[in-house]
Design a protein around this ligand. Sequence first.
Ligand SMILES: NC(=O)c1ccc[n+]([C@@H]2O[C@H](COP(=O)([O-])OP(=O)(O)OC[C@H]3O[C@@H](n4cnc5c(N)ncnc54)[C@H](O)[C@@H]3O)[C@@H](O)[C@H]2O)c1
Length: 259
Amino acid sequence: MRRLEGKIALISGTARGIGKAAALRFAAEGALVVGGDLLHEEALETQRQIGREGGTALTPGPLDVTRPESVEAWVTEAAEAFGGIDIVLTNAGTVRFGPLAEQSYADYRTTVQSELDSVWLTVRAAWPHLTRSRGCVVTVGSTAGLTGSVSNHRTAHSAAKGGVIALTRQLAAEGAAHGIRANCVSPGLINTEGSRGNLLADTHPLRDTARHVPLGRLGLPQDIAAAAVFLASTEAAYISAANLVVDGGWSAVLPGPLT
Ligand SMILES: NC(=O)c1ccc[n+]([C@@H]2O[C@H](COP(=O)([O-])OP(=O)(O)OC[C@H]3O[C@@H](n4cnc5c(N)ncnc54)[C@H](O)[C@@H]3O)[C@@H](O)[C@H]2O)c1
């Protein structure tokens, strides 16, 4: 028996990276996946790949998780197409890094809107469906929501991801009466298109991070997808308000040479 058989799963940011890996994995586990992304053509390609692999997916139209009307239309199309929503995975987001003294308020707001407000908007829109299905929420936080960094200037990102972790706990609290579980998965440094464009770029001090990760490598999108499947599955039936850190031990262990 596949772990998400027949579950209707809403996943944002399915064009690439973690969202694409999650869409493919959720579908392989039997979920009916409703994807969405600003990069609509790439998200449609993810949908086609799921179809080729024998799964079921729908990508209603270009999605902007920062715009309430776009999120509400996406949720409505998902619920109408498949008859409800069981799982919401809030993955999409865009970050703007920069030292505090140099970052504009516009960049701060863009990051918080994209990484934190989007989670609230998506879960709020899906909430009536989740209360009917006694469903679950999986958010995507970050080790940036738990730690500071001397190598990465990220006040906006840290604030947003810390907010996602806190918001998830409150969703778990308010959802409990409706049978809704809410959990966060917090990746460390994952090798995706997004991180290759900034933190893993040739000139960035974090490019050699793999050497400082106890498990000796960067994360893969599939590592995060696997954690999200677990949190969404009945195997996690007694897990709510958790923040599952998936970082190869990076954020919990002081840097030092391997012996
Ligand atoms: N890659 C990492 O190292 C890392 C670490 C910790 C947390 N995360 C989190 O994981 C999630 C996915 O990251 P990723 O590395 O796969 O990123 P990515 O940039 O490779 O992919 C993100 C996807 O989200 C989409 N997206 C961005 N803004 C959107 C919007 N407003 N509406 C709809 N779609 C939008 C993008 O078009 C893209 O397809 C993000 O929440 C990110 O903060 C990533």
